[in-house]
Ligand binder design. Structure first.
Ligand code: SF4
Length: 237
């Protein structure tokens, strides 16, 4: 595995910007091997990335943060994708079950303190997983929301001990339409909740359908919150 110099990040990003998404994934695998991992919550972009890796014969492992509060449709989609792509998607679980969290922090924490709930059920789980990785691949795209408009293609994130982990968003400049066209062209399974007006799908207590607007507008309705924290709390460069 090649050692990358963080001071070269901008030059590397410029180089990768000229690559196709499949070639970005090839670079990821050739550079980081099994220390690269695709994090997915089964949004359309994550499905495209897993499909690109598979069709490019790049055995990059995929994982998902199973908060214990995912829609049944999302869990069903995970199974379908595993069958369709012939891969296993690892589930990373929080330290506490939903019931244990209710006992220690009170019931339905997401209604009172979604920031804390996301920290316990998503941010901490991801932090644990990042110790196994040197490159975290995600489906973040700039056109998803105002908050994501300046998302880099390549960046550095931090593990919980503040050590560096590289982060690649291979579809960062893709539009929503491009992603959906890819799913259609390749007959890929997707979450049926999208057909019922859900544009971005997370945990069931914090996701609702929307009519247009920001793709992530239906997340945490009633709160200012726009991000769960996995992409914001560990940002480095
Ligand atoms: S999205 Fe909602 S239910 Fe899921 S971890 Fe965050 S606050 Fe909790």
């Amino acid at each position: 595995m090649a050692e990358l110099d963080p001071s070269q990040i901008f030059a590397l990003e410029e180089k990768l910007a000229l690559f196709t998404p499949a070639d970005r994934l090839r670079w990821a695998y050739e550079t980081f091997g099994n220390r690269a991992g695709i994090g997915t919550s089964f949004q359309p972009a994550g499905i495209v990335i897993m499909h690109l890796a598979k069709t490019s014969q790049l055995p990059i492992p995929a994982f998902t943060l199973n908060t214990g509060l995912l829609f049944p449709e999302t869990l069903e989609l995970k199974k379908k994708l595993e069958e369709f792509l012939g891969i296993k998607i690892e589930e990373v679980h929080p330290a506490q079950t939903v019931e244990q969290q209710a006992a220690s922090h009170g019931p339905e924490l997401w209604k009172r303190d979604p920031e804390k709930c996301c920290e316990l059920r998503k941010v901490d789980s991801l932090g644990k997983k990042l110790f196994e990785l040197d490159l975290w691949i995600t489906g973040m795209r700039r056109d998803q929301s105002a908050e994501r408009a300046s998302t880099p293609l390549l960046s550095l994130a931090a593990r919980p001990d503040h050590s560096d982990v590289w982060k690649l968003n291979p579809l960062v400049e893709w539009s929503r339409d491009q992603v959906w066209q890819y799913l259609k062209d390749h007959h890929l399974p997707y979450n049926p909740l999208h057909d019922r007006g859900y544009r971005s799908i997370g945990c069931w207590p914090c996701t609702q359908p929307t009519q247009g607007g920001d793709e992530r507008g239906g997340r945490w309705p009633g709160f200012e919150k726009k991000e769960c924290g996995i992409h914001t709390k560990n940002r480095k460069i």
